[in-house]
Design a protein around this ligand. Structure first.
Ligand SMILES: [Zn+2]
Ligand SMILES: [Zn+2]
Length: 472
């Protein structure tokens, strides 16, 4: 009888799957030089030129304790984020994804200060999640420290075989042996296009290695393809995690951040293995957005999520600090939903207290039944429909609920038109820069054709302006 019950329970486990959670934290951009005695016009640093006879000049507002929209993260912001993660969901977490740009080249740190800052961040996260593993991926701002030093800092999180690979190349894989999925962590620095780094600061070295322009830098392609092949043979599912995503930036689209040859190869590979890839998680853009990947015949086959940054600053326009909690089925890796948390920065600074709150939940926010390539494709399509508020909702999330007066300076709010909505739609659905440009120009054609009644799926876009204004 007991055995029968156990069999039944196991069967139920297999059918329904165990529900698990993981945090995704990205782009911390810790700036140890941030000072509330600095000035907002100069990275919030307390430099000699900002100080007039020992006092801050009267025309310069001192930076807030939790950060400023044009400066990178102070320690107080990072600490508040760690506390929020522990308070909101510190227990029962399967793991934490930490997708890079922990540091910032703009802070001009020495190698010693960089390693010390990484150590401080590592310690903070270790104390926040004592019983869980944190899996980090390298960002382009985390360079200037060699992989062996970083591996030493992260030795308590990564298993031995992962450490061995990481020390040589900066990438690694985590096998969840008790489950049926594994996580592949890319070193996207190996595939960067040197001309399209978001802040125009081109890293010359990857953790002590000069950038490799060969077809397969550090053998990452061979390694990735082998891992995907093996996973398929073993009937395992896979997450792919990295810092810089393929595709174009939805706020200033045009070029891909990855070198075009690597961008193309990545999309090809995802198409090929879309049956076993359950999710792709990246950072880098600092905005909250997603991408849909299509098969050669135009069927949506895979998706990618970009969580917003912890830092409020980005050259493409600021955002409020964000943290994301995913809910998934642990035996298959199937992502069920996520909850986006955020900090209203001006409120936190004026209250002197960081009140992290839920911004939205994916399914409820977009009225979705599930997270699949098809449902995200449908969502993107809704961006172009006059009767749907999906784009308005997406756009608020994209800036992490930035106050309207700040958003108007930077984003769609300032020059609100259908072209802005279309830029997002095309970036979400076209990861290849050529197809992205075709998508944009088809919009121009569609606009021109509205008068002649030619039917085009994008002919609704001009109406977005009216919808947007009605919803605001
Ligand atoms: Zn980045
Ligand atoms: Zn970044």
């Amino acid at each position: 009888m007991i055995r029968d019950c156990l069999v039944l329970l196991c069967w139920l486990c297999t059918v329904n799957g165990k529900i698990g959670y993981f945090w995704h934290i990205t782009d911390i951009h810790y700036d140890p030089r941030y000072s509330t005695h600095g000035n907002t016009g100069s990275m919030c640093w307390n430099t000699r030129s900002n100080i007039d006879s020992g006092r801050i000049r009267s025309d310069q507002r001192p930076p807030g304790m939790f950060g400023e929209y044009n400066c990178h993260s102070p320690w107080a912001l990072i600490e508040s984020a760690a506390q929020a993660m522990r308070a909101k969901h510190g227990e029962g977490i399967e793991f934490v994804l930490w997708t890079g740009d922990a540091l910032s080249h703009t802070a001009g740190m020495s190698e010693e200060l960089r390693i010390q800052s990484l150590k401080n961040l590592t310690d903070l996260l270790s104390h926040t999640f004592t019983g869980q593993f944190i899996f980090p991926a390298l960002g382009h701002e985390d360079t200037g420290v060699n992989f062996t030093q970083i591996a030493h800092l992260w030795r308590h999180w990564l298993p031995n075989e992962a450490l061995v690979t990481f020390k040589k190349t900066g990438f690694y894989t985590i096998e969840q042996r008790s489950e049926n999925y594994h996580i592949i962590f890319l070193n996207t620095n190996l595939w960067l296009s040197t001309s399209s780094i978001i802040d125009n600061r081109v890293p010359q070295r990857n953790g002590g290695q000069v950038i490799d322009h060969s077809a397969d830098p550090s053998g990452q392609w061979t390694w990735l393809e082998n891992n995907l092949r093996k996973a398929r043979i073993k009937a395992e599912t896979v997450y792919i995690v990295g810092h810089t995503p393929p595709g174009v930036y939805e706020r200033e689209g045009g070029a891909s951040a990855l070198h075009e040859k690597h961008n193309k190869r990545y999309i090809r590979l995802v198409r090929q293995y879309s049956d076993i890839i359950r999710g792709q998680f990246f950072g880098h853009w600092h905005s909250d957005t997603f991408r849909v990947i299509y098969s050669d015949t135009g069927v949506p086959v895979s998706w990618m999520m970009m969580a917003p940054s912890l830092t409020p600053s980005s050259p493409g326009g600021p955002n409020n600090p964000g943290l994301r909690l995913y809910k998934f089925e642990t035996n298959t890796g199937q992502v069920l939903d996520y909850k986006q948390f955020y900090l209203n920065l001006p409120d936190a600074n004026s209250a002197g207290k960081a009140n992290w709150i839920t911004e939205y939940s994916m399914l409820a926010h977009y009225d979705l039944k599930e997270i699949t390539a098809l449902s995200l494709h449908d969502l993107a399509d809704r961006f172009t429909q006059s009767s749907d508020s999906a784009f308005v909702r997406y756009y608020a999330a994209n800036t992490v609920s930035l106050p309207r007066e700040v958003e108007e300076i930077w984003g769609c709010g300032g020059a609100l038109n259908g072209a802005c909505a279309l830029r997002h739609y095309c970036a979400v659905t076209r990861l290849n820069p050529d197809s992205y440009r075709d998508c944009l120009s088809s919009y121009a054609d569609a606009l021109a054709s509205v008068g002649s009644q030619r039917v085009s799926p994008l002919h609704y876009v001009p109406y977005l302006l009216t919808t947007w204004l009605a919803c605001r």
